[in-house]
Design a protein around this ligand. Sequence first.
Ligand code: NAD
Length: 435
Amino acid sequence: MTSLDAIPALVARARVAGELWKSVPMSERVSCLKAAAARLKEEASRLGAIASQEMGKPLLEAVGEANYCADSFASEADNIAAALTSFAREDERTASTIHFEPFGVVAAITPWNFPMLILQQSVLPALIAGNAVVAKASEITPMVADAYYAILNEFLPTDVLITVVGDGEQGKALVASSVDLIVFTGSRNTGAHIGAVAGKRLARVILELGGKDPLVVLDDADIALAADFASRNSFRNAGQVCVSTERIYVDRKIASAFESAVVERAALLKLGDPADATTKIGPMSSARQKALVDQHIQKALKDGARLLFGARKQEGNFVEPTVLAGVDHTMEIMREETFGPVACIMEFDGIDQAVMLANDTPFGLGAAVFGADEVRATHVAARLTAGMVGVNQGCSGAEGCPWIGAKQSGVGFHSGVEGHRQFAQMRVLSRKKKS
Ligand code: NAD
């Protein structure tokens, strides 16, 4: 653990290193970082194994995440550099150039559920922009973060990327330090705390927060397709994905067939040892996370939800994939983020009611709409108040799209040209044009 007293001095060291780093041309910063991609690839199996052991993600998926990080690293570095390249704007009288300059020191505070990918998304644009970074990963996944950052540090000048080890206390100390931008991915409550502290000194923030994503299944939806998605997106990573499907609204006319199809799929998912290649759902990342999910399920059942599948008592930190029907918005499980392998199904009558229910949340990260008539489904999707909405697919956009939460799911965002630019101070230099 990093001592709390040491954190201001680490930020000061990063600031000194950052002064030199920002004077290195961006093309050289990119080359320096790109050299890490091959090492990440060589180490992908080891990184994945550490992540799987630390937070219970099935090994194949964890190695897949590590490989994705390695494979996308170089092209993402190029995309970031392109987004941060100066450009010109002019009218009849004025010629302007828009420049991107580093803020100084960036704090990167990250969660455990994608314990490599989110580090990369937080740190790579910050470094390419010319900032120094002080990074604090989750207390649940410190070893994989240490291994990942050690690889980047093989190629970076000393102190440009400094790591802090610890939990919320170290996070708080970092937020309270003199860092210039706080890039945070985590829960809404922690994000609100960070936003309040940073706001007092007007420090910049990018807050990528939790969600309560709805899936709307229209009456003409292909039931098998919708149930495949519902099952995959409710249970993947034991439901510990920020854009997991946490609420399902299905047209009453097809509800019964849809429920059966989801149950059929849930029953096929093997719960067990994450190292076993046939395992689809490993243990929850912590006893606290299991307790929260169990509590949501038990309260919903007590309040009248119908249990269609799962919820049997499990040893250790396991939670069975669980399917509930007859849920409603008086239940905590339909209001607060559960972050567990639970599919909660509620029936609706008519599109207006579906839209009203889907939007009845302070969250607004992702959403999905399934329906055979794509034009109609797209109209419904456009009415949902989430940052990212998928039609007959998940919410992730095409390559180059931002990753963005609306409402209380985010303040600022990352990825895509617009997201990369949030890691730098945009400046406008103008001069009068000669007539
Ligand atoms: P969390 O908020 O508990 O912790 C996230 C990080 O913040 C950890 O490193 C933690 O040590 C640190 N932290 C805790 N309290 C702090 C404080 N007061 N000040 C500063 N740092 C503090 O979240 P978690 O349980 O690690 O992650 C799960 C959450 O992350 C879920 O809500 C999930 O939806 C969200 N998430 C969002 C996205 C997204 O892209 N929007 C992606 C992944 C996860």
